[in-house]
Ligand binder design. Structure first.
Ligand SMILES: [Zn+2]
Length: 437
């Protein structure tokens, strides 16, 4: 295993290689409109201004591309939920780099694995990269998808049982939804899925408490990772559950959002990423908007020497009540610490200038929550007034949605009147059950 010094030496080499080519990107040609000299130390990276999401949006789809289009083999873009989408173009070499990054997780796929891929297949990257990895390891990839109409939750549960699925790759919330569906179908998530050995998650904040909750429900470990469509998989879970930065491909800085200066190790700030082993869309000091910190001193026993980072949610998700700022991570952990499994796993939060209100559902196994005590505990943990509203089971989240098996058919153009007296007369009638018709 390489030492931290060796990793940094390689990082400097990769950074200089990246900077040499950076002017091939029209965005960086405009932004760093000066001759770039070779750096002697990683700290010199601070001379460069940060790159913002707004810049990437303005220059997408191809103004941030630094490689010849003839070398590009794959395209992804961000969901665009907070603005115009950001484009990412991968060369063959980038594709390999992204596979290597994802593969560095402690959940190692093998020839006995049957992996259910429950990420969206349209435009986002994790489904496609993880599919390549599991196939390379000799396992089987089941492209289940998460946004289509073909595979509702009930069908996923049936596939898990029928195919003896060993691993699932998805967003954390999906694992709670699937467990709930399994229970509604009469299965016990812990007892009836004996072939399962682990979950791969990425794409949503997963706090320690929520990870523990999911592991308790299913009885198998969750390997959570941190990545972005703009950069690939930046940090992966080791066997001890720590997020290690992928060695020599990234330089991570944590910046103070007010001053944009680096904060001391161990303090929170904005995760700022330079991806220095990427031909398509190299990024220098990309200010992600994600709140994180570098754990001071890596004492992890897994053997990886790269930094451990922690993720606390997005800056846009901070809740402000009076002078108090509450991060998504603090909220999730406080809720789970105070309520445990005495409420159903679905909750939602609303707030005004004075207080936070959390809507829960009663637990399906009739465990009773001491509302006053839980309100007090969450108020203490978050430093603001908190009210709990306890709804009946099913009032907050309609379980029928999980069970609704949407009928899906292939395209139809011919009305067969030979067996029925129910005559379709328009194409709409004929396509009933197809997609969203
Ligand atoms: Zn570790």
């Amino acid at each position: 295993m390489r030492t931290f010094e060796e990793i940094n030496k390689k990082r400097l080499e990769n950074l200089n290689k990246t900077l040499k080519n950076i002017h091939k990107s029209p965005m960086y040609r405009d932004k760093y409109n000066f001759e770039i000299e070779e750096l002697n130390d990683l700290s010199e990276l601070r001379k460069f201004e940060i790159t913002t999401k707004e810049e990437l949006r303005a220059y997408s789809p191809s103004g941030n591309l630094a490689a010849d289009m003839k070398k590009v083999v794959q395209y992804h873009e961000t969901s665009g939920t907070t603005g115009k989408s950001i484009s990412t173009w991968l060369t063959n070499s980038d594709h390999q780099v992204w596979c290597d990054e994802m593969e560095s997780v402690a959940l190692k796929f093998n020839e006995n694995d049957i992996l259910a891929i429950r990420f969206p297949y349209a435009l986002s990257f994790p489904a496609h990269i993880i599919q390549d990895i599991v196939k390379k390891a000799g396992g089987v990839a089941i492209p289940i998808d998460s946004r289509g109409v073909v595979t509702p939750h009930t069908r996923v549960i049936n596939l898990m049982l029928k195919l003896k699925i060993t691993t699932i790759a998805c967003l954390p919330l999906e694992l709670i939804m699937l467990a709930e569906t399994a229970k509604l179908m009469g299965y016990d998530p812990k007892e009836d899925f004996k072939s399962l050995r682990g979950f791969y998650t990425i794409g949503e904040l997963l706090t320690k408490e929520r990870k523990k909750q999911i592991e308790n429900i299913w009885g198998v470990p969750v390997y959570d990772n941190y990545g972005l469509t703009e950069c690939g998989v930046v940090a992966t879970a080791c066997e001890n559950g720590h997020l290690h930065v992928v060695d020599e491909n990234f330089i991570i800085e944590i910046l103070d959002p007010e001053t944009l200066e680096p904060v001391p190790n161990g303090e929170k700030g904005i995760i700022t990423i330079s991806n220095i082993n990427f031909e398509g869309n190299p990024l220098i000091r990309y200010y992600t908007g994600d709140i994180g910190r570098i754990v001071d001193g890596n004492t992890c026993e897994c053997g990886k020497s790269s930094e451990i980072i922690e993720h606390f949610g997005r800056i846009y998700d901070i809740i402000k009540i009076g002078d108090q700022e509450i991060l998504m991570q603090e909220l999730q952990d406080a809720i789970l610490k105070a309520t445990g499994d005495k409420v159903s796993p679905f909750w939602m939060v609303s707030f005004n200038k004075k207080r936070l209100t959390i809507n829960f559902e009663e637990s399906d196994d009739r465990e009773v929550l001491d509302k006053k005590a839980a309100e007090q505990e969450i108020s203490n943990l978050l430093g603001c007034e908190c009210k709990i509203k306890l709804n009946k089971y099913g009032e907050l989240f309609d379980r029928e949605k999980l069970l609704k098996m949407q009928l899906t058919i292939k395209p139809k153009y011919i009305a067969d009147y030979s067996q029925t007296s129910d005559y379709p007369c328009t194409l709409n009638d004929l396509l009933k059950g197809y997609g969203t018709f």
